[in-house]
Design a protein around this ligand. Structure first.
Ligand code: HEC
Length: 291
């Protein structure tokens, strides 16, 4: 038994070595940034693996090999085009939207969300802030299809998210509401509920826990958790090209047999405040490729 496991590990290590070699050949160059790692998602992951040898991060060498060709890059491109398109009744782009670091500043903005916004008096996450800008800047309102077009919203989020690749998660905790939302998220994370009496912590409280073939990330290991919270991401087993943090939260909530959670609600924002805080200081992997 032991021998088999050792062999498996040796095999995995070889696969990783091979993917580092291909990376050296194919590594794409992206815009330089201050304050971030200047590495692409795969390289960031390889470094985290190097630092931890975590069973969660190392569970799929195949995924790692596919990261350079992550189909989510096409979604990011779609999002970039949509972002720069003059849309809505006011026929303007989203380029003046303030995601917290000033109008038009996208680099690193998502890594510092959720955050408090003075103009709305609320803690907002990427999705709610994006919708806010589509309404206030582009003039969409009420039943406008653009506010409900999940594919477009996902693409915009994937693009804005990717502009935080390699930035350390650093959601601000200066405003009392930012701290209150984070703390509310923490309560939600640890609260056991519903038919199975599970909390999020039941499955994500220790490193190396497994469900079927999946090794689950631990909230207590920031170097694991940073990959866990790196959404939007492509899931290889899914038809859609990128999935949002809200969809992941919805999925886990369903596994717990809890009532549905609205991804644009304060409850969801509170959970994201907590889960981003738990990854603080570690680099975002965006877009990520998930099992
Ligand atoms: C019954 C066990 C279980 C519970 C309870 C649970 N999860 Fe999960 N979680 C999973 C599984 C399974 C996955 C998917 C892993 C995979 O696809 O490899 C996952 C994935 C995730 C991910 C993404 C991980 C990644 O690899 O990208 C996050 C973040 C997450 N869960 C957060 C939560 C939160 C927040 C809660 C509470 C609302 C929660 N989970 C409750 C089992 C659980």
């Amino acid at each position: 038994m032991h021998k088999a496991i050792n062999l498996l590990w040796a095999g995995k290590k070889l696969l990783f070595a091979a993917s580092i070699a291909t990376l050296a050949l194919t590594g794409t160059s992206r815009a330089q940034c201050d304050n971030c790692t200047n590495e692409d998602p795969k390289q960031i992951l390889l470094k985290l693996i190097d630092e931890t040898n975590s069973p969660y991060l190392t569970q799929s060498p195949q995924n790692l090999m596919m990261m350079d060709d992550n189909p989510a890059y096409f979604v990011v491109d779609d999002g970039e085009a949509l972002f720069a398109e003059k849309r809505g009744p006011k026929k303007v782009t989203l380029e003046q939207c303030d995601f917290g670091k000033g109008p038009g500043v996208l680099d690193g903005a998502y890594a510092e969300m959720p955050r408090y916004f003075k103009d709305t008096g609320k803690v907002m996450h990427l999705e709610t802030r994006l919708l806010h800008c589509m309404k206030t800047i582009q003039g969409f309102s009420g039943d406008d299809k653009a506010l409900k077009n999940k594919n477009e919203i996902r693409a915009l989020m994937a693009y804005i998210g990717a502009r935080s690749n390699g930035y350390k998660w650093n959601p601000p905790m200066d405003h009392p509401l930012e701290k209150a939302m984070r703390d509310a998220g923490e309560v939600m994370f640890y609260r056991r509920a519903s038919l199975l009496d599970f909390s999020c912590n039941t499955c994500h409280g220790d490193t190396g826990k497994k469900i079927r073939a999946s090794v689950l990330p631990s909230v207590k290991e920031p170097k694991e958790w940073t990959k866990a919270v790196s959404w939007p991401a492509r899931r290889v087993g899914r038809a859609t090209n990128a999935r949002t943090p809200s969809q992941r939260l919805g999925g886990c909530n369903w596994q717990m047999r809890n009532g549905k959670i609205n991804g644009r609600s304060d409850a969801a924002i509170a959970m994201f405040s907590f889960w981003t805080d738990a990854a603080r200081g570690e680099p975002a992997i965006l877009p990520d490729l998930k099992r």
